[in-house]
Design a protein around this ligand. Structure first.
Ligand SMILES: [Mg+2]
Length: 249
């Protein structure tokens, strides 16, 4: 015998009160509440999704942006070799020669052995010897090439005496693909020349290079001196708060 739904034999489900006819009873009230809840939920979503959402990203303090830029510049630097490479205001770039472009102690040793120090003969020997005994510094040349690739104008400025300097110019111009006239001797100081040439960033190993760059308003960038270098004076990396090129010894 089939089951009869009546008050004395209620169905298992409360939705089936009173025989086979569906009478939602308190179930109807629950459904109404659910519908109301769903409407409220929808309205809340619409409100916060449109009117409640901020019209634009909140303002970030300028200092925070600068610090972010400087962080990314540092990150770029690690990848790009030098901060001057990613700086859009850098167009003219200067490099010192001894202990920056060249490990030239052997050329100086040759001159010390062959002439009275710092006489014209001494400088003639130094300037004529680089092609035979000096070595290019790998990291600096890599940086120089990267600047050339960006279309930057390159200058080499040395405080060597110009006696016999044509040999040095020829050697460096040929190897680094730089016009000879961009290789300059400035034994009395580099500040004025850096300023006159409009150099934006200057690479050097000595404290004096960094000081000259600062005085001329150029970005000072320190190339580390090789521990094998015969020149030990004027070398305190970081003393002028300059950027030190990593692995540039
Ligand atoms: Mg030097």
């Amino acid at each position: 015998m089939g089951k009869v739904f009546n008050k004395t034999n209620p169905p298992l489900s409360p939705f089936f009160k009173g025989g086979c006819k569906r009478d939602f009873g308190w179930g109807d009230a629950v459904m109404k509440k659910l519908k109301l809840f769903a409407i409220l939920l929808l309205l809340t979503t619409v409100f916060y999704g449109c009117a409640g959402a901020p019209a634009k990203a909140p303002d970030v303090p300028k200092a925070a942006l600068l610090s972010k830029a400087s962080d990314s510049s540092k990150a770029a630097t690690r990848k790009e070799l030098s901060p001057a490479l990613s700086n859009p205001s850098v167009h003219e770039v200067g490099f010192d020669i001894d202990d920056t472009i060249l490990f030239s102690s052997p050329a100086f040793d040759k001159a010390y052995a062959g002439a009275e120090p710092y006489t014209e003969d001494f400088w003639k020997i130094v300037n004529a010897s680089d092609g035979k005994v000096s070595h290019f510094k790998k990291k600096t040349v890599e940086i120089l090439k990267a600047h050339q690739k960006k279309g930057h104008k390159i200058y080499l400025i040395t405080s060597r005496n110009p006696a016999g300097g044509e040999a040095l110019k020829k050697f460096l111009a040929g190897r680094l693909v730089i016009p000879e006239e961009n290789i300059l001797f400035s034994p009395s100081g580099k500040t004025e020349l850096i300023k006159e040439l409009g150099i934006d960033a200057f690479y050097g190993d000595s404290d004096s290079d960094m000081r000259c760059a600062n005085e001329a308003g150029a970005m000072p960038l320190r190339i580390k001196r090789s521990p094998e270098s015969g020149y030990k004076a004027s070398y305190n990396p970081g003393c002028l708060d300059e950027y030190i090129i990593p692995d540039s010894e």
